[in-house]
Design a protein around this ligand. Structure first.
Ligand code: 15L
Length: 270
């Protein structure tokens, strides 16, 4: 695919685990990369702008989005947490982002969704983007909500989104589940590039995984992105399978969402 350049690209959640990776890797895709987070981002490097922002603050998000041509939205809570925390950053936050995008004519958003939208399917079940969601917690629910927000803003206002249901995006897969769900940093970057530059994506849902041997997710409905992962978890298999296996009824061995399916309940001590 031809390398294009976006004028000003906003990366939210830029201080997070994946945000720090993308801060460098997205730079060639835009003339200016605007970075935001609630955590410190240090000093701006060449080609960067830094604008701290709390996603639960509607006015701050509006100022953040103003002047941007596209958004890669990695911001928000990225693990299972009590509902009240998810509500602020992920539920209100995604509403604030889409409202700001509408007001400032942003035409394309890449939304960091998650495999936890479907986490209560059993491992080995084969899913595609039309399979009904089955969230495994408040975090997963917030990602379903974000996908539906993207769908609505496309139908109503024509803002296009690619919702990437990210699997396990870490430097190296570390357990048996991740042999299926791993998404290398290189493949994540390429999938975001496709998501930003492929024309006419409407609202597309794509599963973010590398070219792993046994996968649970079918990306045929996102074929227009022409995403062709280059990496595979296979080189890590022997090392992972040499580790003692968890019990067969351990959630990490049963459900696609792994340990997230067993988090909570929260707040019973109140
Ligand atoms: C996610 O959505 C989380 O953000 C990340 O921390 C991982 O736990 C990942 O999913 C996963 O399921 O491996």
């Amino acid at each position: 695919m031809e390398d294009a350049q976006i004028g000003r690209l906003l990366l939210t959640g830029a201080a997070g685990g994946l945000g720090r990776v993308l801060r460098e890797r997205l730079k060639p895709m835009a003339k200016t990369l605007r970075l935001s987070d609630v955590q410190s981002l240090g000093d701006p490097r060449p080609g960067e702008e830094i604008q701290p922002c709390d996603l639960s603050d509607k006015q701050a998000v509006d100022r953040l989005v103003q002047g941007c041509d596209a958004v890669v939205h990695m911001g928000g809570v990225s693990v299972e947490r009590p509902f009240e925390e998810i509500l602020e950053a992920n539920i209100k936050g995604v509403f604030h982002l889409y409202e700001a995008a509408r007001r400032h004519q942003v035409r394309r958003i890449v939304f960091a969704s998650s495999n936890h939208t479907i986490g209560f399917y059993r491992q080995g079940e084969r899913l595609d983007a039309q399979t009904p969601t089955r969230p495994d917690g408040y975090y997963g629910l917030s990602k379903v909500y974000g996908e539906q927000m993207a769908s609505f803003y496309h139908d109503r206002y024509g803002i296009e989104t690619v919702s990437i249901r990210i699997g396990t995006s870490v430097a190296e897969p570390a357990d048996r589940r991740a042999l299926h769900t791993w998404l290398s940093f290189g493949d994540l970057t390429e999938l975001i590039r496709r998501s930003l530059f492929t024309p006419d994506v409407g609202h597309t849902v794509v599963f973010g995984m590398s070219d792993n041997r046994d996968v649970w997710w079918d990306n045929r409905l996102a074929a227009h992105l022409a995403y062709a992962p280059a990496d595979s978890s296979e080189p890590f298999r022997a090392g992972i399978e040499a580790q003692p296996a968890p019990a067969a009824d351990d959630p990490v061995m049963v459900y696609q969402g792994g340990v997230f399916t067993a988090r909570g309940p929260f707040g019973d001590a109140d």
